[in-house]
Design a protein around this ligand. Structure first.
Ligand code: 0O2
Length: 228
């Protein structure tokens, strides 16, 4: 007797997808586009600020930047961690980092300079500030987090889209990337001991950043002027 190759109706790849699913995918694409546009607007502003600062003061304010739209996996993971329902509403009302930019500066005082320069941009609003630089997390994490409200003019009219901007020094970023790796890596022997050790190293990062800032102050005779 020949083996049946018939598939259950729901698994047939040639059947049209249910309309609710197609609608959800379209909705996801439209929202994702809004976040991309908002993120690009902030990235362009940061580029401009960085170039103008370099021209006026001969000084590189921004060392590097990374940006990303949070992946669907990571969105679902965060909703689950926060014990929120897996719905669009829950995403847009509770997750503020769908669009995320990480800005790396050299000196700790540059964090405030970027924050102040962004605050002067009329079309961007700082909606929320989490200052882990002056108030590091218990594990030692340091960074300034700004939630920016960016206007995006869609076919339905203007929308304020949130973009999370993390600003930190090269040294803070070194610490955070290692700590992130340690938390996600499986089978690390003595993980807890290493975490404690990293928390202690965070104090060294703070000290190093302060000392590097002293050098900056002496090199550039704060505030830097076009003549210097
Ligand atoms: P990923 O993969 O980087 O996107 P909320 O409760 O919603 O106001 P939220 O977003 O839960 O705030 O937390 P918070 O404090 O604003 O931090 C969000 C992001 O900051 C994290 O994103 C990390 O990128 C970074 N971060 C925060 N705390 C730590 C930390 O202790 N160590 C490191 N390495 N990074 C940290 P996600 O979504 O967790 O991940």
């Amino acid at each position: 007797m020949s083996k049946s190759t018939a598939q259950p109706a729901g698994d047939d790849p040639f059947l049209p997808a249910p309309p609710e699913l197609l609608q959800a995918v379209d909705q996801l694409r439209a929202y994702s586009l809004r976040y991309e546009v908002a993120m690009k607007l902030v990235l362009d502003k940061l580029d401009y600020i960085s170039q103008e600062y370099a021209l006026r003061y001969g000084y590189a304010l921004i060392d590097s930047k990374q940006s990303r739209i949070k992946s669907p996996d990571s969105i679902v993971g965060k909703l689950r961690r926060k014990k929120l329902p897996l719905t669009f509403e829950a995403v847009f009302n509770n997750l503020h980092d769908i669009a995320g930019i990480r800005l790396i500066v050299r000196f700790v005082s540059d964090i405030k300079i970027v924050e102040d320069l962004l605050a002067t941009q009329a079309d961007i609003k700082v909606l929320k500030v989490k200052d882990y630089v002056h108030h590091p997390k218990a594990n030692g994490y340091q960074s300034l987090h700004l939630i920016l409200g960016v206007p995006v003019y869609t076919v339905d009219g203007p929308n304020i889209i949130e973009v999370e901007l993390q600003i930190r020094t090269i040294a803070m970023n070194f610490w955070a990337s290692l700590e992130h790796e340690l938390n996600y890596k499986k089978n690390v022997p003595d993980q807890v001991t290493l975490q404690r050790s990293l928390t202690k190293k965070a104090r060294l990062i703070t000290k190093l950043d302060q000392e590097m800032d002293d050098i900056k102050t002496r090199m550039y005779q704060q505030p830097p002027t076009p003549e210097s």
